[in-house]
Design a protein around this ligand. Structure first.
Ligand SMILES: [Zn+2]
Length: 167
């Protein structure tokens, strides 16, 4: 178990499309899960991290909307392996941050509700419905698996991206 360095924009690894996880039992994968967990826990207020952000190009994200400073409805800690959005509804504009773009935030439009299919650590296929803030976090982290950052999602780099006062 270890903290891993977060890759920062414009690291080209963040633009890669990650491949599916095919061996849940490999030592390498188990180590990745431990490191993702440690790295998320070491980042105050951080609600999600994607494997490619720690230079592991596999389709895994770790979400924990319960760590948000303001309480929001959530499903607790979610390790989503090979996640797939099978239904989405609505559209909400909201502010997002990203560990890989620590000096910026942006207004991004996301589905209000999503239904998700993913594998858990035991390889069981699961489904989950998520809404609002947590759904936004899941969509943001899943974008990392396709090499997308919020800069790729904003309608205007001029009016929808903001510099943080401090970080
Ligand atoms: Zn991010």
């Amino acid at each position: 178990m270890a903290l891993r360095e977060i890759l920062l924009y414009p690291n080209p690894l963040l633009k890669q499309v990650s491949s599916a996880v095919d061996d849940l039992n490999s030592a390498e994968f188990q180590e990745l899960i431990a490191d993702l967990t440690d790295t998320l826990d070491a980042s105050p207020g951080c609600v999600g991290i994607a494997a490619p952000q720690i230079a592991y190009q596999k389709r895994v994200v770790l979400i924990d909307a319960s760590r948000n400073r303001k309480p929001v409805p959530n499903n607790g800690r979610l390790l989503l392996i090979n996640p797939l959005i099978i239904r989405s509804e609505g559209s909400v504009l909201g502010r997002e941050g990203c560990l890989s773009l620590p000096h910026l935030t942006a207004n991004v439009s996301r589905a209000q509700e999503i239904m998700l299919q993913y594998s858990d650590l035991e390889g069981r296929l699961r489904e989950l419905v998520s809404q609002e803030f947590e759904a936004r976090v899941i969509q943001h982290e899943m974008d990392h698996l396709d090499g997308l950052l919020f800069l790729d999602r904003v309608s205007s780099l001029k009016t929808d991206v903001f510099r943080r006062k401090r970080y």
